[in-house]
Each structure stands twice: as C-alpha cells, then as structure tokens.
Design a binder for this molecule. Structure first.
Ligand code: URA
Length: 241
C-alpha cells in the first residue's frame, strides 16, 4: 500500500474528524516509529510503520465495520430528518462515511451492520449471496399449520409479490401470544410484516437476530454497538461477482 497523510489515515480509521485530528497531531499525541510527529500532512505507510495515537498502537484497517443493536424509534435511513443510526454513534464514527448494510423499520430492533466498505455492503445485501436473515417475531395468538405451510412454501403477498420459501421455528405459542423465529433470504420492503399481513396477522414486535453468519451479540443492549471481531470479519460474505 502507498504512504498516506497521517491526518487522513487517522480520520479514516475513526479517530476523529480531520480538524480534531490535526489539533491532536499538533499537540504531540501521535508518534510514528517512536518519534512524535506534529505535521498532519506527514506521509506514513501504516503497514510498514508503527503508529501510536495517545500511547496506543493504531492497527491499520482500511474499512470500519460495526454491529449495532438498533433500538426502536431510530431510523436506519441516513437521508431522513429523524434521528438515524449514525446519529447515535460516538463522534469518532460520524465522519467516516458509515452506512447501514440493509434497513430496518423505525419500530424494529436488532442487528444492523454499519460499514464504509461499499463492496461488502453490496455483498451483504445481494440476494445472490443468499444471506439468510433471522428475525424474532411476536404476534397475537397461535399460528395454524396451514399458515405455517404458507410462510414456508413461498407465499404471495397482498400486492401479488411472491416470496421465496422461508423457515419458521415456533418458540412459544398459545391462544394469546406466539413467539417465533423466521428465517428469510430476501430483504423486500417491510417483508416480515407483509408476510404476516398476508395471513391477516399483525407483527407486534420484530427484532433482527442475524444476517448470514453474523449474529447479534447478546451483550449489546439496544442502542449499543461494537466493531466486528476478526472472526466475524472472516465470516462476512466475500465478493466474487
Ligand atoms: N421486515 C419488516 O417488516 N421490517 C423490518 O424492519 C425488517 C424486515
């Protein structure tokens, strides 16, 4: 890889906005190969040199990948006036062009992957990759065997759109409440709610649990997020198209 400006490297990696980083470099917070560098435009090759920021080594990553447990009441679309998934991140993640790879409705909770790696976002979303998404769903009352069969066999939505077959796992069911996991491959607009609406049922609670091999971390409360681990990164779909 080519050498790049020190301030650009650090802002790309989410250490702050370009202007904040310039100030910190001027103040002497950054060293390269143990030598303090106060020039923000200094060219560095982060693979060949050891860069330290406030005493901690910077491990170079070209892109950032976050796993967020989206709370209800926040939109995933970043072009909306409502508070969105980027607004709730730390300042250091707000300036690195993160976007959600896939959307969730305002009232849906759960897993959203945020990244500035456009190709990876494309791979996560591409139906060709057949990334199964797991949703936890709550509806009023039980589901009949006929309704289960319709969900599993590839149903026709109210507007005539056809869904691919899905898988369903009933967790708890009685005449008052049904809790279930639904696994779908596509990501049609409001797909889960529309599938249940086609059965005359309303989804009362919806949470995305996983996308492909990436599973929402149980330790993340709603509104919390963390960077993907090395193992999770290896499990992201690889681009071959
Ligand atoms: N299906 C829906 O209906 N809503 C979501 O947010 C995600 C999947």
């Amino acid at each position: 890889m080519d050498a790049m400006r020190l301030d650009k490297l650090l802002s790309n990696m989410g250490y702050g906005s370009r202007s904040e980083i310039k100030k910190m470099i001027n103040r002497g917070s950054v060293s390269i190969d143990r030598k303090v560098i106060r020039n923000p435009s200094f060219k560095v090759n982060p693979i060949e040199s050891i860069v330290n920021f406030e005493g901690k080594q910077v491990f170079y990553r070209k892109f950032t990948y976050l796993m967020l447990n989206k709370p209800a009441g926040i939109v995933s679309s970043t072009d909306s006036k409502d508070t969105n998934v980027i607004d709730i991140l730390d300042e250091k993640y707000k300036h690195i062009n993160l976007s959600p790879a896939g959307r969730l409705d305002k009232d849906t909770e759960g897993l959203i992957i945020l990244t500035n790696d456009g190709l990876m976002a494309h791979n996560i979303l591409s139906p060709k990759k057949k990334n199964e998404k797991k949703y936890y769903v709550e509806i009023d009352g039980s589901i009949s065997p006929d309704q289960m069969e319709m969900l599993e066999n590839g149903m026709i939505l109210k507007d005539g759109e056809k869904c691919l077959p899905s898988r369903i796992e009933i967790l708890e069911s009685d005449e008052i409440l049904c809790k279930l996991n639904l696994y779908i491959i596509e990501g049609k607009y409001h797909q889960v709610k529309r599938m249940f609406a086609a059965l005359g049922r309303k989804v009362n609670y919806l949470k995305r649990i996983s996308i492909g091999k990436i599973v929402l971390d149980d330790n993340l409360a709603t509104g919390e997020y963390r960077e993907l681990s090395e193992i999770e990164l290896k499990n992201l779909p690889v681009s071959k198209d």
